[in-house]
Design a protein around this ligand. Sequence first.
Ligand SMILES: [Zn+2]
Length: 208
Amino acid sequence: MEPEELIESLTPDNRTKVGIKMSGGTDSSLAAYLLAKKFSRDSKKRQIIPIIITEPKAPFQLQFASQVIAFIESQFAFRFQTPETFLLQQEDKIDFMRTIENQLFTNDTVDLVISAVTHEPKDPTFDYKHGPDDDRTQENQKNLWDDRILTPFINIDKKEIADYYVKNDLIESLFNLTRSCVSTTKDFSFHCGKCWWCKERLWAFGRL
Ligand SMILES: [Zn+2]
């Protein structure tokens, strides 16, 4: 299925407060874009609450996610809720995510969380095995609130995300507002081209 079909097929039921993890990268930005598109046509009053984790070593997530949100709001008759922002204060990002999710569900801030994590590159020539030990596999997503955490893009890879950007004329707009690079820098005007995320972005999109 294509990214838009995957988001369309999500059924929030009576749950109206949908949290979405936004990193400012291409995958979560597209998920937020398609979700806002879907909800802008929905008669029920759905809310999208961006969940943004900023890493002190490379605090670009808030800046990029914010400009992505501004772009999406300019495209659809839809307004995001005020983002829930968190500063990563520990090494283990997965564990930190679990803590945040637990807090957001317990406080009734969100009913659902969408994680736009994609499949690792399906291209056997792409050396993904040396990729980061992140939350790519569903196995690592398991926690107490499993049935409330949705991963619509878990079976498609970044090239399939890129195909959607190209086909829907989103390269010069949405794509250019995103950042995948995680190199430690405070200058976000360029992608390093060397980190794993840059390599995956280049593989999928043919550009940084
Ligand atoms: Zn990089």
